[in-house]
Write a protein that binds this ligand. Structure first.
Ligand SMILES: CC(C)(COP(=O)(O)OP(=O)(O)OC[C@H]1O[C@@H](n2cnc3c(N)ncnc32)[C@H](O)[C@@H]1OP(=O)(O)O)[C@@H](O)C(=O)NCCC(=O)NCCS
Length: 177
C-alpha cells in the first residue's frame, strides 16, 4: 500500500520532517562544510528560523521535503526534496543534503536521489526534474550523474563563494529517461 508519508528504499527510507528534527537540521545548515555546496550559504538559521522553515514545509503542494533515514537504525542523516513544483508544466527543482558527514561517500545520496526522482515521476506525475550544482561540487555532480541526470548547460561565474566566482551547472532528468 502506498504510504504518502514514507518512501522506502533498499538501505534508506524517506519520511516527512517533524518539529523534533529542528535542532539537527539547524546544526547541518550551519555547518560550513555542508553548506558550501548549497545556495543558502550566506543565510543563518538559528532554531527559531529553522523551526519556522519546518512548520512551513507542508502548507501547500508546491514543494515536498523528506528526511533521509537509515533503515538499519532509523538515524536521520539528511534532507531531500522537490521545490517550485509546477503542476502545469509538470516540473520541479531538486535539492539534497546529507548533514551527517561521516555518512558521505556511502552511496546514500545516490539512493535517495533515485527514490525522489521515481517519486516525482510516479507519485507526483511530473515529467522533468531539474537542479543546479556548483562546478566545484564533484561529489554532488557524481551522485546526480549516477542517478541519471544529464547536463543541459552552464551559467558562467554565476555564484560567488568565499572570495571566488564559480559556474553553475544545470542538470535535468526527463520522465522517459
Ligand atoms: C553532495 C552530497 C549530497 C553527496 O552525498 P554522498 O552520500 O556522499 O553521495 P554518494 O556517496 O551517493 O555519491 C558520491 C559520489 O562522489 C564520489 N566522491 C566521493 N568523494 C569525492 C570527492 N572528494 N571528490 C569527487 N567525488 C567524490 C563518490 O565516489 C561517489 O561516487 P561513486 O559511488 O561512483 O564512487 C553530500 O556530500 C552533501 O550533502 N554535501 C553538502 C550539501 C550539498 O552539496 N548538496 C548538494 C547541493 S547541489
Amino acid at each position: 500500500m502506498l504510504d504518502m508519508a514514507k518512501v522506502i528504499g533498499e538501505r534508506i527510507y524517506l519520511r516527512l520532517l517533524e518539529p523534533e528534527d529542528t535542532d539537527r537540521c539547524a546544526r547541518w545548515i550551519n555547518d560550513p562544510e555542508v553548506n558550501y555546496g548549497l545556495i543558502s550559504e550566506q543565510l543563518h538559521f538559528n532554531r527559531v528560523r529553522e523551526r519556522e522553515w519546518i512548520d512551513g514545509l507542508y502548507r501547500d503542494d508546491t514543494s515536498i521535503t523528506f528526511g533521509i533515514c537509515l533503515k538499519a537504525d532509523g538515524r536521520h542523516i539528511g534532507n531531500i526534496g522537490l521545490n517550485l513544483i509546477d503542476r502545469v508544466s509538470r516540473t520541479a527543482h531538486f535539492g539534497i543534503l546529507i548533514g551527517e558527514k561521516d555518512e558521505w561517500g556511502k552511496g546514500y545520496a545516490t539512493e535517495a536521489t533515485k527514490l525522489v526522482v521515481e517519486y516525482a515521476f510516479n507519485v507526483q506525475n511530473l515529467q522533468r526534474v531539474e537542479l543546479v550544482v556548483f562546478e566545484f561540487n564533484e561529489r554532488a555532480h557524481a551522485c546526480y550523474k549516477k542517478a541519471g541526470f544529464v547536463e543541459e548547460g552552464r551559467l558562467r561565474r554565476k555564484r560567488y563563494k568565499r572570495g571566488k566566482y564559480y559556474d553553475e551547472i544545470l542538470m535535468a532528468i526527463l520522465r522517459d529517461e
